[in-house]
Design a protein around this ligand. Structure first.
Ligand SMILES: O=C1O[C@H](COP(=O)(O)O)[C@@H](O)[C@H](O)[C@H]1O
Length: 236
């Protein structure tokens, strides 16, 4: 299984291209349906992509924004992926609406069930998803060695959000998380992996041929033929 990696010399061009893939997909969905659904990632990579997306000529009032994954923390935490998206994209009254993965005052598994219901009651498919990858090869909150990993990567399950426990013996993640499963991405119209830096490119290329049942990057390659990978050398 090989995946083409589109290379950009300049980070600004990479961000603009990632953003255009997302907003073009959302505009296309809006030309056919009343609402379009976007799922974004957190972390340090997508900031410039979101900045470019918010400049797009898009009817954000017909877009629903959600997350591919989240830390099990409230929105006043600096670790909240929800806060990143809600402050980076046009989310709010008269703009896009937002479906969180985190729920206050419940266990992470209950929050996952609530998020699954909230998403599934609004749509059975995403139109655009922006992914990032950590240098340990995790995407969404699909962490190597996590007991939840194999379940998150089963391609035949119903789209769902699962609770992810902290890693044992110092392994990542350091705290509880919530993650969409692979079937959400398989059903998504446009999936972009936004990669920066040589180290991440090497991790991505090294793992693409690995076992898709246990390696997140390999699962993307195996089950998402329309995956687009956009890379620039320049990290944040
Ligand atoms: O923990 C997370 O990390 C990944 C990668 O983050 P980055 O800082 O290396 O860009 C991110 O895609 C994911 O959404 C986030 O929860």
């Amino acid at each position: 299984m090989s995946v083409e990696i589109e290379t950009f010399a300049h980070r600004a061009d990479w961000a603009a291209a990632c953003a255009a893939r997302m907003t073009d997909a959302l505009a296309g969905a809006l030309s056919e349906r009343p609402r379009a659904f976007f799922a974004g990632s957190g972390g340090s990579t997508p900031g410039p992509v979101y900045a470019a997306m918010r400049e797009a000529d898009l009817d954000w009032s017909r877009v629903t924004v959600t997350l591919v994954d989240e830390r099990h923390v409230p929105e006043n935490s600096p670790e909240s992926n929800a806060t990143l998206l809600k402050t980076s994209l046009p989310v709010g009254p008269g703009q896009a609406d937002f479906i969180p993965l985190y729920s206050p005052a419940v266990t992470v598994d209950r929050a996952a069930a609530v998020a699954t219901h909230a998403l599934s009651s609004r749509t059975d498919r995403l139109d655009a998803a922006l992914l990032g990858m950590g240098e340990d090869g995790h995407i969404l909150s699909m962490f190597p060695e996590s007991p939840t990993l194999k379940t998150l990567l089963i391609p035949t399950l119903t789209p769902a959000v699962l609770g992810v426990p902290p890693g044992r013996d110092g392994l990542a993640p350091s705290r509880e998380r919530l993650s969409m499963n692979l079937p959400w991405l398989m059903g998504c119209g446009t999936v972009v992996m936004a990669l920066t830096g040589s180290a991440k490119r090497k991790v991505f290329e090294d793992r693409i041929m690995a076992d898709p049942a246990i390696v997140p990057v390999a699962a993307l390659a195996a089950h998402i033929p329309h995956l687009q990978v956009l890379w620039t050398e320049q990290s944040a």
